[in-house]
Design a protein around this ligand. Structure first.
Ligand SMILES: [Zn+2]
Ligand SMILES: [Zn+2]
Length: 123
């Protein structure tokens, strides 16, 4: 289910073509890319519109799933501090942590696409 994808390197401007798996949203494919010309590394997250043949993608120096994960760790750490404090005061809080972090895009065909990034279980 690969599809040809091309992007222009942010550092040297050279076009890179490659074949990437592009699962239909809310699934996605995330991978590291290295420019064939200068070796500059970047991350891509790509997903396919379920309604048409187009795809949407995000290119970033940082790995978006890693950002979600480190943010989730930060949140859980802070929630735990709150929960401990409540326990010392004799009350209890229960918090449901979400399991996915949705990111949204609109396809040129008008379809709203949501990609669900998994949030790792921090318990
Ligand atoms: Zn390059
Ligand atoms: Zn579409």
């Amino acid at each position: 289910m690969g599809q040809e994808f091309s992007y222009f390197c942010y550092r040297c401007g050279r076009e890179n073509r490659l074949n990437l798996p592009m699962p239909n949203a809310p699934d996605y494919h995330h991978t590291n890319l290295a420019c064939k010309n200068c070796g500059d590394g970047t991350h891509i997250l790509v997903s396919h519109c379920p309604k048409c043949s187009r795809y949407v993608y995000w290119i970033n120096d940082m790995s978006i799933p890693s950002l979600v994960e480190s943010f989730a760790r930060y949140m859980v750490h802070n929630m735990q501090a709150l929960i401990d404090k409540a326990a010392m005061q004799g009350s209890s809080i229960s918090i449901d942590t979400p399991h996915v972090y949705p990111i949204q895009a609109t396809c040129p065909c008008g379809e709203k696409i949501t990609v669900n990034l998994p949030i790792p279980d921090m318990d």
